[in-house]
Design a protein around this ligand. Structure first.
Ligand code: CA
Length: 639
């Protein structure tokens, strides 16, 4: 790995554990190194760690460990210095390193000078820190938003708040459920200024696609006519969506968000354009032909493959020409428009739609060009890209798109969503299954990856119905479309589903990554599959249960903001049963304990510290190591 020259700490306070305020900024008490100078955010720092082994009569000693991807197989030869063998390795600031010494190329030994061993029997040096560190290339700087602190809400602009009826659109013949409903950027700005998002602990917005969409209707697979209220049928990437407002309205929105410490991501639809787009007429060679290989899909390797295959490039439907990014001009054009949108609006990144249907070359180019833009902003930010790869099971496939340096920062964690749904919400799998996934999932996607854990989105039936006593759909894969028009679901009239959703949010908001709140899930907004899962946001007349869930999500958001361990910490699994899951989140400064009971009777959980504990979520005191957790309840405990 190439590193920039040493950044020497001028003041000791900037070299030790740096205290971050809840909004990600540096605490006022942290001295600046010198006027105008900045330094990189902690996850992008590396320490030069020295390892020593007291020499006897060895002919060679190597350092092996997890300090590098190939550190266990290649290793670092140690050199003899006086009575010691000595080697150096670059270790992530604040991270832990496991290692052993390989003597004479045959004998593995732990470090006799370090008694700390891992479960696997390796020596462990915990939480490595250093006064002099190096910064990785293109690292985000101190003072810029730290994305480990992000909590994201997906705001479906057309369905959120209509603050300006003068921009409202209507598509002739559209089904009422698929028609524009008037929501706009001014409406989002109004809610930003009212503190609606801040009060929920949300500091990142994902907004629907901002570019001009088709003004004609499209025929859905259900035979109904839809408008482009969702933004996924772009016609002109160089104009903004007039149905949502003006370019100035959008700039005002981003400025209002930033004034509240809220980041803004735009959905970007780079998979296709609408057939009415002039781009398609002018540059037919920029798109795959509809009848490619006899109308079937084409995959990365040029073979014919089924719909939804990995790397598939076929049209979603016959009015959505699919970009052919093997054509450099097509790639460069869309990336140029994406970067321009970030430049013009000041926004902070993208949610990238259906990224598995886009050539890797496009994503690599987008990252490279957006990094150039980042270099012009001060302090240099991390521009966050979160991808949608609709796959509930294949983590390796999701991971193949994740590399914060060159591709995505993270993806929506579909496999984790499936397990949270099955274990906590629908209760068809034991909580031990969630534990089993979590044990490997937190670090699965690699250094500095920030996945987005979630439970609801705009492609699935509203999650509240999966939390009913009898889950509305029998499979986590169900899209809920059977109830989109036929017998659409109504709001549950009892508390239990709301408690189960609160438990799921307890898990999300005490997990690493960028947790996602789909608009309305904080009030258990009802709805079947698309488009019924995109009902207009309910701003009044909330039931007592809806108000309870909203306040619970807000309390969890506040806890996450107040306690860095809940968002930046490392998870240690403590105990799990079929009904309960208990884990600790620790950042080296503070440890919090999370206990979730998804069952319908009170449970006693074990494994907590044997002392008095404060339940921050319910404002109660309890005593460990065994603590009672109410039916469908959770505790977030502090020592
Ligand atoms: Ca409007």
């Amino acid at each position: 790995m190439r590193l920039t020259p040493l950044v020497l700490c001028v003041l000791f306070a900037a070299c030790g554990p740096v205290t971050q305020s809840a909004d990600g900024g540096v605490d006022a008490g942290t001295p600046e190194t010198d006027a105008g100078a900045t330094t990189c955010q902690e996850p992008y720092r590396r320490c030069d760690a020295e390892f020593r082994f007291r020499a006897l009569d060895e002919s060679s000693v190597q350092l092996r460990g997890d300090f590098a991807a190939d550190g266990w197989t290649v290793g670092v030869p140690m050199t003899r210095q006086g009575s010691d063998w000595v080697a150096h390795a670059s270790v992530g600031f604040g991270s832990s390193v496991e290692y052993k010494f390989l003597i004479n190329n045959s004998l593995w030994v732990t470090d006799p000078a370090n008694l700390k061993l891992s479960a696997g029997g390796n020596s462990v040096r915990e939480s490595v820190r250093c006064e002099a560190f190096t910064c990785e290339p293109n690292a985000p700087e101190q003072g810029a938003f730290d994305w480990r602190d992000s909590v994201m809400a997906f705001v479906f602009v057309d369905r959120f708040l209509d603050a300006d009826p003068s921009n409202n659109c209507a598509v002739p013949g559209a089904d009422p459920a698929g028609q524009y409903k008037g929501g706009d950027w001014k409406g989002v700005t109004q809610k930003i200024n009212e503190g609606y998002f801040t009060q929920l602990g949300v500091n990142t917005l994902w907004l629907t696609v901002p570019v001009k969409n088709s003004t004609v209707g499209g025929l859905g697979s259900d035979g109904r006519i839809y408008s482009a209220f969702h933004g996924y049928w772009p016609v002109d990437l160089e104009r903004y969506e007039s149905c949502f407002g003006t370019q100035q309205d959008l700039v005002d929105l981003v400025n209002a968000a930033h004034a509240k410490g809220v980041q803004v991501l735009f959905d970007f639809a780079m998979v296709h354009v609408h057939a009415s787009s002039a781009l398609y007429a002018q540059h037919p060679d920029w798109f795959w032909p509809l009848a490619f290989n006899g109308g079937q899909c084409v995959c990365d390797d040029g073979s014919v493959c089924p719909w939804n295959s990995q790397g598939q490039r076929c049209w979603f439907t016959d009015y959505l020409p699919h970009w052919n990014y093997t054509v450099a001009a097509a790639r460069e054009y869309t990336v140029k428009q994406a970067v321009r949108i970030l430049e013009e609006t000041g926004a902070d990144g993208f949610r990238l739609d259906a990224i598995k249907h886009v050539d890797n070359a496009w994503l690599l180019l987008l990252r490279a060009e957006v990094e150039k833009l980042a270099a012009t902003r001060h302090p240099r930010p991390r521009m966050y890209f979160v991808g949608e790869t609709y796959d509930f099971g294949n983590r390796d496939y999701l991971k193949s798109f994740v590399d914060p340096k060159t591709k995505l920062d993270g993806q929506f964690d579909f496999p984790l969503r499936m397990q949270v749904l099955e274990s906590i919400i629908a209760r068809r799998a034991p909580m031990t299954a969630l534990r089993d996934l979590v044990l490997s999932n937190d670090t699965f996607y690699g250094p500095n990856a920030l996945m987005s854990p979630w439970i609801g989105n705009h492609d699935l039936g509203r999650v509240i119905h999966m939390a009913e006593d009898m889950p509305m759909w029998n499979s986590g894969y169900a899209d809920g479309k059977d109830r989109a028009f036929n017998n659409p679901p109504t709001l549950p009239a009892y508390r239990r589903p709301f408690e189960r959703i609160a438990n799921a949010f307890t898990f999300l908001l005490t997990s690493p990554g960028v947790p996602l709140l789909y608009y309305g899930d904080d009030i258990g907004l009802p709805g079947g599959g698309d488009p019924d899962n995109r009902r207009f946001m309910q701003w009044s007349g909330l039931s007592v249960d809806q108000q309870w869930l909203h306040s619970r999500v807000a309390a969890l958001g506040a806890l996450r903001k107040e306690h860095p361990a809940l968002r930046r910490g490392t998870r240690t699994v403590l105990t799990a049963t079929s009904e309960t899951f208990v884990y600790a989140m620790s950042d080296g400064t503070e440890t919090l304990y999370v206990a979730i009971n998804r069952g319908d009777v009170e449970e006693t959980v074990s494994g907590l510290p044997a002392k008095s504990l404060r339940d921050l979520l319910n404002a109660e005191s309890v005593s460990g190591p065994a603590v009672r957790v109410p039916a469908r309840g959770a505790r977030v405990l502090s020592e």
